[in-house]
Design a binder for this molecule. Structure first.
Ligand SMILES: NC(=O)c1ccc[n+]([C@@H]2O[C@H](COP(=O)([O-])OP(=O)(O)OC[C@H]3O[C@@H](n4cnc5c(N)ncnc54)[C@H](OP(=O)(O)O)[C@@H]3O)[C@@H](O)[C@H]2O)c1
Length: 257
């Protein structure tokens, strides 16, 4: 299904935040590209439904219930993937929360959650996965491995009302570039995906007054679909071994900011 380059036949992919939105679409898409996929998130019922759909299409899927904010659970998710599926070629660090609003008088718990999931969770998964990715990059079938970090336009530009979300996604960008320099010569490609507005459940976790403000800001804009971002991720991880797509910014055509 990929336009060119490697297929994912014989590879194993772990997608965090696979129970909805971008992660769900990405897992389904990479399974269609030939990968066995491990599905991580907290809502096991949603993961089981996705796994059943992937298996119906002839794919291989493993459900790994995990809260990536918990370092031990994140490491277990990686180790279970390798134990059950045999290896790890691609980690898609996608799990995230976006709790917006002014910084003054913000509920501190919202900041803790964003830091714990968007930043610390991504670090926990990456730390556990790197030895396996480095090993996969040394051998067949691809002699290359991929770490895909899902950031945001919010990782490039800070805006009024999204300060801590901006901080987590800017952190993801800084970490990704440093790690890229460290491991790229060993053929672990580190890629940053930066979506604009995507139609998913992400907004629904905000306080009602914040959701109203977001509705005013985005209005009737035609948002991206989760499949649009899955498409970008599929492109990134199916390039030939000598091609590393370091950064992909994808906005809805209607998005001016
Ligand atoms: N939608 C957008 O407009 C947009 C734009 C730019 C970037 N992004 C980024 O895209 C990523 C995916 O978001 P989405 O839009 O697809 O939203 P979504 O539908 O709300 O999906 C978020 C996923 O993250 C998982 N998750 C949250 N906390 C978790 C935790 N502690 N441990 C494990 N998994 C956790 C959720 O699963 P459980 O609740 O089942 O654990 C869910 O599968 C996020 O990193 C987000 O920042 C989204």
């Amino acid at each position: 299904m990929a336009a060119s380059g490697d297929t994912l036949d014989g590879t194993v992919v772990l997608v965090t935040g696979a129970s909805s939105g971008i992660g769900e679409a990405t897992a389904r898409r990479l399974a269609r590209e030939g990968a066995a996929v491990a599905l991580a998130a907290r809502r096991a019922d949603r993961l089981e439904g996705l796994a059943a759909g992937i298996r119906e299409e002839g794919g291989t899927a493993l459900v790994v219930q995990a809260d990536v904010a918990d370092a031990a659970a994140a490491a277990d998710a990686v180790e279970r993937t390798v134990a059950d599926l045999g290896r790890l070629d691609v980690l898609v660090n996608n799990a995230g929360v976006m709790l917006l609003g002014p910084i003054v008088d913000a509920p501190a718990q919202e900041w803790s959650e964003m830091l714990a999931v968007n930043l610390a969770g991504l670090l926990h998964c990456t730390h556990a996965a790197l030895p396996h990715l480095l090993r996969a990059a040394e051998g067949d079938p691809r002699r290359v491995a991929d770490l895909v970090n899902v950031s945001s336009t919010a990782g490039r530009v800070a805006r009024l009302g999204s300060g801590v979300y901006n901080a987590t996604k800017h952190g993801v960008g800084a970490f990704s570039e440093s790690l890229r320099q460290e491991v790229t010569a060993r053929h672990v490609r580190v890629s940053l995906i930066e979506p604009g507005a995507v139609d998913t459940e992400l907004r629904e976790h905000n306080r009602p007054e914040i959701q109203e403000e977001m509705q005013r800001r985005f209005g009737d804009m035609e948002r991206l679909r989760a499949d649009d971002i899955a498409d970008a991720i599929a492109y990134v991880v199916t390039r030939p071994r000598h091609v590393a797509i370091n950064e992909v910014l994808v906005r809805p055509t209607d998005q001016t900011f």
